[in-house]
Ligand binder design. Structure first.
Ligand SMILES: Nc1nc2c(ncn2[C@@H]2O[C@H](COP(=O)(O)OP(=O)(O)O)[C@@H](O)[C@H]2O)c(=O)[nH]1
Ligand SMILES: [Mg+2]
Length: 202
C-alpha cells in the first residue's frame, strides 16, 4: 500500500465517525449530512470513504464516515485506512458509534481511540433494536464511567440524532486512568465531581 493522505480539510472541526462494521455509522452519517455527501477514494488504496458537512449551533462541521474497524491494529485495507485517518486528522473530534445490542463488542475500539488523546463523543445506536430485545443500556452510567458525552440514537428513525449533533461541541479527551479507577470503584463519579461546589475535599 503506497503512502497517501485523505483530502480532508485542515481548519474547522472535523468529526471522524468510527466504530465496528454494521453499527449504523453510515445511517447516522446520512441523517446528519442530508444530501451533501462526497465519496472519495483514500489515496493509494481501493478503499472509499464518504465525507459531508452539517451545521449545528452556527458552526459548520466536516464529518467523515470512516471505514468500519474492530480495532486500531488493522487486519485489512479498510481497517488500515481507518487508522490512517486518525493519524491524518490529529485535531479531529472522534464520534465512536456503538451498537446498543452489542455494547461489549465496541468497547475495545472505544478504549483504543480514547487512548489516543483525541476528544471523543459516543453514540449508542440501534436503541430501537435493543428495546425490542429487552436490552437496557444505562446511558447515564456509561457517560459517568467514560467521562465523555454518551448519546442514545436510532439512526433509522432519527431519534437522538439532533442531540448527538448538539453534544459534539462537548466532546472530551477521556482520562483512561480515571476510567480504570471508576471501574475499581476508587474514584467519585464524574457527575458528583461536576456537582462539587469547590469544598476542597475532593
Ligand atoms: N434497527 C435499526 N437498524 C439500524 C439502525 N442504524 C442502522 N441500522 C441498520 O443497520 C444496518 C447497518 O447500518 P450501516 O449504517 O450500513 O452500518 P455501518 O456499517 O456502521 O455504516 C443497515 O441495515 C441499517 O439500516 C438503528 O438505529 N436501528
Ligand atoms: Mg458504513
Amino acid at each position: 500500500m503506497t503512502e497517501g493522505r485523505a483530502d480532508l480539510p485542515e481548519g474547522g472541526t472535523t468529526v471522524l465517525m468510527l466504530g465496528n462494521p454494521n453499527v449504523g455509522k453510515s445511517a447516522l452519517f446520512n441523517r446528519m449530512t442530508g444530501a451533501n455527501a462526497v465519496v472519495s477514494n483514500y489515496p493509494g488504496t481501493t478503499v472509499d470513504f464518504t465525507r459531508g458537512t452539517f451545521i449545528e449551533g452556527g458552526h459548520t462541521y466536516t464529518i467523515v464516515d470512516v471505514p468500519g474497524t474492530y480495532s486500531l491494529e488493522p487486519r485489512d485495507a479498510a481497517e488500515e485506512v481507518a487508522v490512517r485517518m486518525l493519524r491524518d486528522c490529529p485535531d479531529a473530534t472522534v464520534m465512536i458509534v456503538l451498537d446498543a445490542t452489542k455494547i461489549d463488542r465496541g468497547l475495545y475500539i472505544t478504549l483504543e481511540v480514547m487512548e489516543r488523546g483525541m476528544p471523543c463523543i459516543v453514540a449508542v445506536n440501534m436503541m430501537d433494536a435493543a428495546h425490542e430485545k429487552k436490552i437496557t443500556v444505562d446511558i447515564a452510567a456509561l457517560q459517568r464511567l467514560l467521562g465523555v458525552p454518551v448519546v442514545s440514537t436510532t439512526a433509522t428513525s432519527g431519534e437522538g440524532v439532533r442531540t448527538l449533533a448538539e453534544q459534539i461541541r462537548k466532546a472530551q479527551v477521556a482520562n483512561l486512568g480515571g476510567i480504570a479507577k471508576r471501574l475499581r470503584g476508587e474514584e467519585p463519579r464524574t457527575e458528583s465531581l461536576r456537582a462539587c461546589g469547590g469544598c476542597g475535599g475532593c
